[in-house]
Design a protein around this ligand. Sequence first.
Ligand code: SF4
Ligand code: SF4
Length: 450
Amino acid sequence: MTVREGSLEPPTRHPLDWQSADFYDEGKLNHELERVFDICHGCRRCVNLCTAFPKLFDLVDESPTLEVDGIPKKDYREVIDRCYLCDMCYMTKCPYVPPHEWNVDFPHLMLRAKAVKFRKGETSFRDKLLSSTDALGKLASIPVVVQMVNAANKAAPVRRLMDSVLGIHQDRVLPEYDSAKFRATAKPDASFPVRDGKTAPGKVAIFSTCYVNYNEPGIGHDLLKVLAHNEIPAIIVDKEACCGMPKLELGDLEAVARNKDLNIPVLAKLAREGYAILTAVPSCTLMFKQELPLMFPDDAEVQAVAEAMFDPFEYLVLRHKDGLLNKTFSQTLGRVSYHIPCHLRVQNMGQKTRELLEMIPGTTVTTVERCAGHDGTWGVKSEFFEQSMKIGRPVFRLMNDAAPDYISSDCAIAGRHIQQGINGSGDNEAGGSKAQKQHPITLIRIAYGL
Ligand code: SF4
Ligand code: SF4
């Protein structure tokens, strides 16, 4: 029988069968890993996407049989731990995704393997700590504690200790915490009349996210300013917990379910009331748009939230299509090097941030559409820091070659990583480039002259 390469049908994603006993059966998992690894070994298209595939192919090439069957099962972990679930292999490369009969979903197979590892109690303390973004943020942003944490994160002796004891690489520039948390200080303006467009609702609820709430509240404040400048009524979501993406990447699917139970009733109510729900962190948006619907395919409230969830630039470009966007920009931005993070690319909505930035007169946008190699926590880990910088190197070079006035990524974590890659530290003034790092929504606020 000839197996056709690729499928004539559009790619589909099967729901994640995480509540079945088979999902956690290690024998069945290993069987599926061997099957998919064998297909990948015959294909090798993804060799330059991340370090998981090169590791797999090295293991094959070093095995006594020169085939996947010669790899000891315990070494599968080497591949699994290198996958940070960016989804790019599934979304951009693989011709064998469903409905193709080979049914390859590499990221979700890695997710299943991580879930088995977690359930077996083999996940490290460091990995559990890093994925507890909400708890860490609450603790680290307490006044007085915040100064200590921020100072410690910059102190070489402390960082050496964190590296050797915790496995957090001493050279990774870490985000600062802010005691003026976004949710406590936000001043949303809901007083404008609602103007629904043909394609997007006329009122917005903001899901702040752990990162914006605890680390960079300015991004949230700038989003509110941009919305108010467009006379779009906005509110902050009443109560929120972490979206669950860090726990998903850890394989702790029960924790994802607990967070879903906290968030979805609140968000579903807003969706039913006709709000567009915006988050300024692509991974969190993706969690609500894609991963939770695949984990809970029969939950109507999860589906309703997915439909109401927008990336901020997706929303603003829809407002533009509806003829409802204020395009009076008073400031030029000059040259912007803009990076599209993987978790935005896989939302399949086109380059909305670039589209909006290019509406600003006198602004030239250099767009870089490659993985920067950080992920939420992967590039922080001692054993993966160097690989993370290596994956990011082409991105750093392409962004810097444009001699930008600004470097920007929708993912604030990727933005900081790129800045470190260009400058060698987190400082704007530290080295290779004088470009300012700013989130794209901040660039829009600047261009509006706000
Ligand atoms: S999901 Fe991303 S990190 Fe994981 S294997 Fe695919 S390309 Fe590599
Ligand atoms: S994930 Fe698909 S495209 Fe990538 S190496 Fe495997 S079979 Fe090939």
